[in-house]
Design a protein around this ligand. Structure first.
Ligand code: OGA
Ligand code: MN
Length: 368
């Protein structure tokens, strides 16, 4: 541990907040030497290898969603955090462009919900991609007066749409969860030992190079025995993984493009945050359109299709400076249903305490 980080931990008082601020700091920039990089072959004592279940997903099934055979995935956990699983980019070379395109072009479309819907009418947010193309092709954003809708996109919700104010999901705000992302999520969670995971809600966060995500725990889902899945594309994030108490000092790790994280079991409710986006280590070969991409599209039952050159020109420009994170959640356990709505609650006594219990604490959403 470098001296700066060590001295902050020793003071004891809200170590997470101090480390968050440390990594967020611009001037002087922080020392990144304590940030764990699972993509490096030399791993430290606190990193534990995780055995996955290759029998849960056939190689053919995995290839349809653009994943390598499960036996070749490199998966790790951190000592003291059982249930935390980090999978180093399990995607087949050339398949990430499809998922990036879905995140930028497809998932922001209606009926999904995005931050722009909060202050714009549905007709104006109907074709974020189409309405952004001209602006994006003219000049770099710094030289343009107005940002395109794509550049103003901060979050998209899928399935049971998360209500950021009430910090709840509800039965009456649901649209079908995208089938392709559902298949991908079911395969990854099955390989991690969670057969029967049901992707019901998704949150996409769009980070520019100066965005961060505050310290929070994802607890609004009603069944915490189900894992939470996280996928990252584009630029690298510094991810802080803390403990069950908000003040526990966190570990810092890099999340590169294609990396997958599963928070399950005792690690399902750990505090976490993203204090900083850093440039991807080098020009990422997996983010280039190449022959693998075309080969994948011809496979029987393929979910992953090839991305047109026009679409990729826009996507690759976007992710040169941005990061997209997708979290997939199961909200309800088998046979479980939502508690009474707030309208019902008003008519019922003694229900306010219970109404607080499912809260998802989040001090900041992805912000610039
Ligand atoms: C979230 C989240 C982390 C990330 O959306 O709840 O914690 O890596 N995202 O962006
Ligand atoms: Mn989270």
């Amino acid at each position: 541990m470098n001296k700066m980080a060590a001295s902050m931990v020793q003071t004891g008082e809200d170590a997470f907040r101090k480390i968050f601020k440390y990594y967020k700091r611009r001037n002087p920039p922080p020392d990144f030497s304590d940030v764990l990089d699972f993509s490096k072959t030399t791993l430290l004592d606190k990193v534990v290898a995780v055995t996955l279940n290759p029998a849960a997903v056939s190689d053919v099934e995995a290839a349809t969603v653009g994943l390598q055979p499960v036996r070749s995935w490199r998966a790790f956990s951190l000592q003291g955090h059982p249930g935390f699983i980090f999978i180093c980019n399990p995607f087949l070379p050339g398949s990430q462009p499809f998922w990036v395109r879905q995140c930028l072009k497809t998932y922001p479309q209606k009926p999904n919900v995005c931050n722009l819907d909060m202050h714009m009418c549905p007709t104006d947010t109907q074709d974020i991609w189409g309405k952004s193309l001209r602006g994006l092709s003219v000049l770099p954003s710094a030289k343009r007066q107005e940002k395109t809708l794509l550049e103003r996109l901060r979050w998209v919700t899928l399935g049971y749409h998360y209500n950021w104010d009430a910090k709840t999901y509800s039965a009456d705000h649901y649209t079908p969860f995208p089938a392709d992302l559902q298949t991908l999520s079911v395969q990854i969670t099955a390989a991690c030992g969670f057969p029967g995971f049901s992707p019901e809600a998704g949150i996409l966060n769009y980070y520019r190079s100066d965005s961060s995500l505050g310290i929070h725990v994802d607890e609004s889902e009603l069944d915490h025995s189900r894992p939470l899945l996280s996928l990252s594309f584009g630029q690298t994030a510094i991810f802080l993984l803390g403990g069950l108490c908000r003040k526990d000092p966190p570990a810092a790790l890099y999340m590169h493009s294609g990396d997958v994280m599963v928070m399950s079991g005792q690690s399902r409710l750990l505090y976490h945050a993203v204090p900083r986006i850093v440039p991807a280590p080098q020009r990422h070969p997996d983010l280039e359109v190449d022959s693998h991409n075309l080969a994948l599209s011809r496979q029987d039952g393929a979910v992953v299709e090839s991305v047109s050159e026009e679409d990729w020109a826009v996507c690759s420009r976007y992710i040169q400076s941005s990061r997209v994170n997708v979290t997939v959640r199961q909200v309800l356990g088998p046979g479980q249903s939502f508690p009474q709505t707030s309208t019902d609650v008003k008519q019922t006594a003694h229900s306010t305490e219970e109404g607080q219990s499912g809260k998802r604490k989040r001090s900041e959403t992805a912000q610039t």
